[in-house]
Design a protein around this ligand. Structure first.
Ligand SMILES: [Zn+2]
Length: 198
């Protein structure tokens, strides 16, 4: 039985559309799992604080990376029938050789490309860029409860810039996409790249 999973990273700026894009791609690719970086935060007591008031949510130190990469490894080593709800539904439809279908795991979050080790997990990596004004405006429209202007300017934005320069230093491995483009447009470009990668 030949089983293949393509592992896709969608990283980038806060409020750049990562989560929505991941959901749209899951619907489009169907045989697809999505893991969210935000589901892998450490306990708040283990996360250093910013200005003694809020936790540094945008620092890679806040995330349980080995747990996240372990989940990616676990999904991609499982038979489709165990890991994929769509294949489970198709079970018994003899005309469909599900074991030959390509499957996907999308991992999305601001920092999922923060290290070489993480980058190496992925067959395809995308990083959504955003300019300061747009990111800040979209973020304040969402009103995170721990958000303040100081937190954005002093933590969120500098961490984004650090991620962006790190990702750029990986040279050609990561596709940078402008997060100001429409979601339809971004979805099309990522889908084409995924299809080309077959
Ligand atoms: Zn499936």
């Amino acid at each position: 039985m030949s089983q293949k999973y393509k592992i896709i990273a969608i990283a980038g700026a806060t409020c750049s559309g990562k989560t929505t894009l991941a959901q749209r791609l899951r619907a489009r690719l169907r045989h697809c799992s999505v893991l969210h970086q935000d589901d892998y935060y450490k306990e708040p007591s283990e996360i250093p604080s910013f200005n003694d008031t809020t936790d540094k949510w945008d620092d890679p130190i806040a995330i349980q990376w080995s747990k996240l990469s372990g989940h990616v490894a676990r999904i991609s080593s499982q038979p489709y029938l165990e890991s994929c709800p769509v294949c489970q539904e198709m079970k018994g439809e003899e005309s469909r050789p599900t074991e030959q279908l390509l499957h996907y795991v999308i991992v999305e979050g601001t920092m999922v490309l923060y290290s070489r080790e993480m980058l190496d997990l992925f067959d395809l990596s995308f990083f959504l860029t955003l300019d300061y004004e747009t990111s800040k405006a979209r973020r304040s429209a969402r009103t995170y409860d721990h958000d303040t202007v100081k937190f954005f300017d002093g933590h969120v934005w500098p961490m984004y810039l650090e991620m962006e320069s790190k990702v750029s230093s990986y040279s050609t491995s990561v596709t940078l996409l402008n997060g100001r483009r429409s979601l339809e447009d971004l979805e099309e470009e990522i889908s084409r790249a995924v299809a080309d990668k077959r």
